[in-house]
Design a protein around this ligand. Structure first.
Ligand SMILES: [Fe+2]
Ligand SMILES: [Fe+2]
Length: 454
């Protein structure tokens, strides 16, 4: 057996099967013994590959050896059960060590299904030599590998640097190797599988650089996150991410004074800007090392302003539909553009308003299925949204709650008197007495969103 993305999910579902059998049969029953044998075979195979097996619960997620397990239709019940169980018995980390055998795992599973008190008492009695437990504490909830999201930030800023070089080289007519973008995209895919929301949160930071660099990277990240939710393979994601990164590459052919022109564009100027879609094709064709990934990027660059209803530019027959990747980039492009302040849009739209705009234009501009998936991904109040609470306090959305899209994790940044505070994190799905009054512009109370994510 080779370790795959499914290893963790398979382990969880075998463990779940054993617990379920133990709820019906006693320890020595054949059904239980067989379920334990199947689980042990898998555990031993994994232990041969890794020197331990670690399941970490953090907020709404479970990580298997540092890889986040994805909630999918297949295996959803088992993952949800194990997650909820770990939460109720107060366990943060569960580790299986080499030497574990069938009897130990059966006894552990029978204790695991108990209530918190019984579980903790049994576990403390020390019958488990090859199973370690780390209990969750109030303050120390974040697993080491996610602490401060250092790794994710490094990936983001490295990717930003490469994006900048790539676009800059094109701008100054130097030869560009499209392969350099491939490495960024692979790193982003990896980072996403570890901490999707952490990486997406970084797309809320818009003011680091000129619009195009940040925008290109943000569109790549959002497209990858959406593609991952749709269950695309890694190979497909690599194509989609590159296409997202290069979608506006044709803008290097548009005079800079037009791109950065303050105020409204004239009809003629607008027509010139629209050409960035065809220029995108010629720019990508100019790059070295053109392969299939490059060819997909060409299609997306050409079609990313095509609408779902057949309208949009460059002109095309109404029944010519944009590809799936172009439809994904279309949504992520609009979202990032509308939430970013630009010369002709100094005050950006609030993220949740942009979601409403996307919703309103589904079937017209956007693929309705993708709009729904995008809202599911970003929550009702996307990460980085600034909210006013019934307590008068002001907070920032830090993470989504998978099961409660309208009640995210937030961090208090202003107290009830609107004075600056480095306040606590609140899980609004737990502290239900606190309600959201409305989303507000962070500028209203001079909240600098970026500083909370970097
Ligand atoms: Fe564009
Ligand atoms: Fe764009």
């Amino acid at each position: 057996m080779i370790a795959t993305d499914k290893s963790g999910a398979n382990l969880v579902s075998l463990f779940y099967a054993l617990i379920k059998d133990l709820q019906v049969y006693d320890l020595n029953n054949d059904v239980v013994q067989n379920a334990a044998k199947r689980l042990m075979y898998y555990v031993n195979t994994l232990l041969n590959m890794y020197n331990h097996i670690e399941l970490v619960r953090y907020m709404d997620y479970i990580f298997f050896n540092k890889q986040r397990l994805r909630f999918e239709i297949d295996g959803y019940a088992s993952l949800q059960f194990i997650h909820d169980k770990l939460k109720t018995i107060g366990v943060k980390t569960l580790t299986f060590l080499p030497g574990i055998d069938k009897d130990e795992i059966i006894i552990f599973a029978s204790v695991f299904k108990e209530e918190q008190d019984t579980f903790q008492k049994h576990f403390a009695s020390g019958t488990f030599d090859h199973i370690n437990i780390e209990f969750a504490t109030e303050e120390d909830e974040i697993p080491d590998f996610l602490r401060d999201g250092e790794h994710i930030k490094r990936t983001y800023f490295r990717a930003l640097k490469v994006t900048k070089n790539l676009l800059h080289n094109l701008w100054t007519n130097q030869a560009v190797d499209v392969k350099s973008s491939r490495r960024i995209v692979y790193n982003l895919i990896n980072a996403l599988s570890q901490d999707e929301i952490g990486l997406m949160a970084l797309t809320a930071i818009k003011d680091f650089d000129e619009y195009t660099y940040n925008h290109s990277l943000n569109v790549a990240i959002l497209s990858l996150a959406l593609g991952q939710r749709l269950g695309l393979s890694k190979k497909a994601l690599a194509r989609l991410g590159t296409a997202g990164l290069l979608h506006d590459i044709g803008k290097v052919e548009i005079p800079k004074q037009l791109i950065y022109k303050p105020g409204k564009l004239t009809e003629e100027e607008w027509e010139i800007i629209k050409h960035h879609s065809d220029y995108g094709v010629t720019e990508i064709l100019k790059t070295r090392g053109l392969d299939e990934i490059g060819l997909v990027s060409i299609t997306v660059a050409y079609q990313h302003h095509w609408n779902f209803d057949g309208s949009g530019y460059p002109a095309h027959e109404e029944d010519q539909k944009p590809t799936l990747f172009a439809r994904i980039v279309r949504i992520c492009d609009s979202y990032d553009a509308m939430t970013t302040s630009r010369v002709y849009q100094p005050i950006p739209y609030l993220p949740h308003i942009v979601l409403r705009i996307l919703w309103k234009h589904q079937n017209i501009f956007y693929d309705p299925v993708l709009v729904k998936a995008f809202i599911q991904l970003s929550g009702i109040y996307p990460v980085g949204s600034c909210l006013e609470l019934t307590s008068g306090e002001v907070c920032l959305v830090i993470r989504q709650n998978q099961g409660h899209l309208a009640r995210p994790f937030v961090k208090l940044v202003r107290d009830a008197q609107k004075k600056k505070t480095d306040g606590r994190m609140i899980d609004l799905s737990v502290e239900k007495h606190i309600k959201i009054v409305k989303a507000i512009y962070p500028q209203k109370f001079r909240v600098d969103v970026a500083t909370y994510f970097v």
